[in-house]
Design a protein around this ligand. Structure first.
Ligand code: GRF
Length: 189
């Protein structure tokens, strides 16, 4: 399986995947970010498919198609979104349906969306965690591949809680992607 990892931010999940020895064919970013630098320093193939608009005029279909074109160019057949902050639409799922994984910092289906850690903390849950799932057109709603729980401490801030979740997430995501590549875990058909 030719794996691409998608990043937008600090890229610590990508870093964990690289350290674990996962074979990564391509790293794609939607903006300049530490994740892209990490990939470059590791000598991986990189593509910056820059997102220039974050407003109402953002053409999500055109952007999704651009990323699909890059994936095809590199003959990618399996995609892991690792802190990638752009939501794809039809062109991506028309080409890669069932072959895109995402990680989300909550125990889905609780706390979907971009502020999962903040929302969990505000709700007052005592346990949250992370979910590795198949990405689908509907946001944060695809089949769940793996989950791990993390306790919320009374002293937690959004940052401290997210950092503890990410410690678990790096390991769980790396393991899950590795198991899929080795054929030990099957993507739902
Ligand atoms: C993870 O918590 C992921 O679930 C969320 O963004 C974080 C990515 O962290 N969407 P990093 O960029 O890999 O450090």
């Amino acid at each position: 399986m030719k794996l691409a990892v998608l990043v937008s931010g600090t890229g610590t999940i990508l870093e964990a995947m690289i350290s674990s020895g996962l074979e990564i064919r391509l790293v794609v970013a939607d903006r300049s970010c530490r994740g892209l630098d990490i990939a470059q320093q590791a000598g991986l193939a990189i593509e910056l498919v820059e997102r220039t608009s974050f407003g109402r005029d953002f053409d999500r279909t055109e952007y999704s198609q651009r990323v699909v074109d890059v994936m095809r160019k590199h003959q990618i057949d399996f995609i892991a979104m690792a802190g990638f902050m752009t939501v794809f639409n039809e062109p991506m799922f028309a080409s890669y349906d069932g072959r895109i994984l995402n990680t989300h910092p909550s125990l889905l289906p609780a706390f979907k969306g971009a502020h999962a850690v903040r929302d969990a903390l505000a709700y007052g849950v005592k346990v949250t965690g992370c979910t590795i799932h198949v990405a689908t057109l509907e946001l944060d709603a695809g089949p769940i591949m793996a989950q791990a729980a993390v306790s919320v401490e009374s002293s937690d801030t959004e940052e401290s809680l997210h950092e503890r979740i990410k410690t678990v997430e790096r390991q769980l995501y790396t393991q899950t992607v590795g198991s899929i590549i080795k054929g030990e875990l099957r993507l739902p058909s």
